[in-house]
Design a protein. Structure first.
Length: 724
């Protein structure tokens, strides 16, 4: 009865709502239709601009690559004259490298006549007699020479050179080389021009490679800085000025608009979208005219700015827009129908929801307690005076007390054993901002992620705070270990890459430097500079070797023996440096130490690194004490028993290490010395760990440092290594 009464009273109201919604939908649809049409055309133009920018970038890279090769080739002609065979051989080699891009490579002498051209042409002798000194690229080369400019490539606009060569000339002036002039004497002379001819087809292919990304009714233009067509689907336009092409095809008034775009926008290096009027495809001359969209962007080259454009007929764009909008209208009609049907059921749904709400709320209250206690993470509620109000079972299990004992206690006293609220407590900020807060905090001696959520009443006031805490102690430990492993893995890759990419060229530099130094007289002023280069090469090679040893530790060659032998060898190598640094050496060896498995060469490297660090810490002299004994040097360092380790202490009276650096002292690339690489102690730690041992540091600023090494006598790890 209630439902029938509801629908009878709401008939007129529902009908009014339906009509209102339909009217609003129609107005919105009309607005969307207009906006969508503009947006579609705008998106098509934007995509076309992106495509031509890619083409422009490809052309700029191609020209840059050719200019670099031209500069490299020019360095092979430092003298005034070369044998013909040698010159042609050089041209042939570089032509083979660029034959898919250039049609010819040649050299024009200082009189403006070709001396060499590759590949040869049938009318070569006739071409040698022609004067090319009036060409723009030859005049540019002469101007560069007379103005004392550094050689720079030049891109010519004179594409037809005659004799069957029609391409884009890219030239570079040739001077006598400065080093050669200083060696044999003489002044700087102009030798001529080195020129290569870039095929129009190469430029055209770059454009056509992107043609598949456009609609089949769009076309490309590529214009040089004078408006000449360099690429177009109509090959008869190539080499002609775009102004004349369209003047011949269009009415005077219409061509004026396009000429204004080309002159004031495209040839000035601008990027944009315009429209103009052109002949229909079936009407090569005169009306009817059609509207075309023109998207253009510059191609920036040294000394030149070309422009690339793509044109699309507006009628085609409109047709494509109508197809897209037709599909959109079909979907819109479907949505309108769906809305009308859905509204018919809204009232019934409202009644059903209202009837079930009370049952649902009652059921939720019953489920809340079980869900609250079923959460494995800690959840508890605190009032604004820091009193614990509600806690879940996970909280009770962690603290070991009952809910009755917990309720009413202040959180900072019960959880953190503090007399005052915690400095990083989220309650004040959550109360003032009414927003959730997140922080990391210690709860019952465990690290946890805390999320504080405000409970807000109907007046918008925060009445309590709900805390969600997840214990992450294990995750923090695993995260630290994972970060350490990732750093080591990254260092390994870095070291391998550096060793591969740098070491071989570095050795070559050193060898060539030695050859140059040995070929010069002893009193040469550059000998000292060459010696400095060799010294830096050796230092870099040593750094690369350290990186390789750290990232790829070599297998140990374990043999049982006296640990004093590699220690004494290290001291013998450094005895002279100890004397120079005025270091008093004291050794305290335990005589009855058992032999232990160790790699003597690796351990000697360990002792050398540690003793050198001690020497560097005592620049004004001091005392170095080396002690060996049986038994661990520190308590609680691992599973070693008293009778199972041989320990070596290296103690100096240097300046010591600041406490905030001590935890990082064994990290790769960390060094307290400005000249250190930070790999010495990292390599030492790696070698000790390979032996199954441990290394520890104890230091006090101003009092010195003790490095303690403990190696197992008969550990399972060393036993397995020894059996390899």
């Amino acid at each position: 009865m209630f439902a029938k009464k509801f629908f009878r009273k709401s008939n007129f109201k529902a009908l009014s709502i339906y009509l209102l919604i339909i009217g609003i939908v129609i107005l919105i649809a009309q607005w969307l239709h207009i906006s969508a049409g503009r947006e579609i055309i705008g998106q098509v133009n934007e995509s076309q601009v992106m495509i031509i920018k890619e083409i422009a970038s490809d052309i700029e890279y191609l020209i840059h690559e050719l200019q670099e090769k031209l500069v490299t080739l020019a360095k092979l002609y430092p003298l005034r004259r070369l044998k013909t065979d040698e010159a042609l051989f050089n041209l042939q080699i570089y032509y083979e490298l660029m034959h898919d891009q250039v049609s010819h490579i040649g050299i024009i002498n200082e009189q403006g006549r070709y001396e060499y051209l590759y590949p040869p042409i049938p009318r070569w002798q006739e071409m040698q007699l022609k004067d090319f000194s009036k060409t723009d690229f030859f005049q540019d080369a002469v101007n560069q020479f007379h103005h004392g400019l550094t050689q720079r490539p030049y891109i010519s606009n004179q594409y037809d050179q005659g004799f069957g060569i029609s391409a884009i000339p890219v030239s570079l002036p040739l001077y006598t080389d400065q080093a050669v002039r200083e060696t044999i004497g003489g002044k700087k002379e102009f030798l001529g021009v080195l020129v290569l001819f870039l095929n129009f087809a190469v430029i055209d292919n770059l454009c056509q490679n992107h043609y598949s990304h456009l609609h089949d009714y769009s076309s490309f233009w590529l214009l040089d800085n004078e408006g000449k067509v360099l690429s177009h689907e109509n090959k008869s336009w190539i080499g002609k000025k775009i102004f004349q092409v369209h003047q011949d095809r269009l009415l005077t008034g219409s061509s004026h608009s396009l000429n204004q775009i080309v002159q004031k926008r495209m040839l000035m290096g601008e990027t944009g979208t315009e429209f103009y009027f052109d002949c229909a495809p079936n009407s090569p001359q005169g009306p009817p005219l059609e509207k075309y969209y023109l998207n253009y962007t510059p191609v920036r080259l040294p000394g030149r700015t070309w422009s690339i454009a793509v044109t699309t007929p507006a009628i085609k764009m409109d047709h494509w827009e109508r197809r897209v909008l037709k599909s959109a209208w079909q979907w819109l009609l479907f949505v309108i129908s769906f809305v009308l049907v859905a509204l018919s059921f809204v009232q019934v749904v409202i009644i059903l929801i209202h009837r079930r709400r009370i049952d649902w709320e009652k059921e939720q209250k019953e489920k809340f307690k079980s869900a609250f206690d079923g959460i494995t993470d800690l959840v508890y509620m605190i009032d604004l005076d820091y009193h614990l109000q509600i806690v879940n079972k996970a909280f009770i299990n962690l603290c070991g007390q009952s809910e009755k004992e917990i309720k009413g206690k202040k959180c900072f006293q019960f959880i953190r054993q503090r007399e005052n609220p915690c400095p990083d407590c989220p309650i004040p900020k959550t109360k003032s901002t009414h927003k959730a807060q997140r922080l990391e905090q210690i709860i019952f001696q465990e690290t946890a992620n805390l999320y504080a959520y405000p409970l807000i009443n109907g007046e918008g006031e925060t009445t309590a705070i709900v805390i969600f805490a997840r214990i992450i102690t294990k995750e923090k430990i695993l995260e630290q270990e994972l970060q350490h492993r990732e750093r080591l893995s990254l260092l390994g890759k870095l070291a391998a890459s550096i060793a591969h990419e740098i070491k071989n060229p570095l050795v070559g530099i050193g060898m060539l430097t030695e050859l140059v130094r040995d070929s010069l007289p002893a009193e040469s002023p550059v000998s000292e500079d060459l010696e400095r280069i060799l010294k830096e090469c050796r230092r870099l090679e040593q750094l690369l070797n350290n990186l390789s040893r750290f990232s790829r530790p070599a297998p140990l060659a374990l043999e049982k023996g006296d640990i004093h032998k590699p220690l004494d060898l290290a001291l013998a190598l450094l005895r002279e440096r100890l004397r120079e640094h005025k270091i008093q050496l004291q050794t305290k060896y335990q005589a009855d130490l058992p032999p232990i498995p160790h790699d003597a060469q690796k351990m000697q490297q360990v002792f050398l690194n540690l003793i050198i660090n001690s020497l560097n810490a005592m620049p004004s002299g001091g005392k170095l004490t080396i002690q060996t004994y049986l038994g661990p040097a520190f308590s609680g360092r691992g599973s070693f028993d008293l009778e199972q380790t041989v320990c070596i202490d290296i103690q100096d009276t240097g300046q010591g290490i600041p406490p905030h650096f001590q935890s990082r002292i064994f990290e790769p690339f960390f060094s307290t010395s400005p000249k250190g690489t930070g790999l010495g102690l990292a390599i030492v730690q790696s070698i000790i760990q390979q032996h199954g041992g441990q290394i520890h540091l104890k230091s006090e600023p101003g009092e010195g440092t003790i490095i303690s090494i403990c190696l197992p006598v008969n550990s399972e790890s060393n036993a397995s290594l020894l059996s390899l």
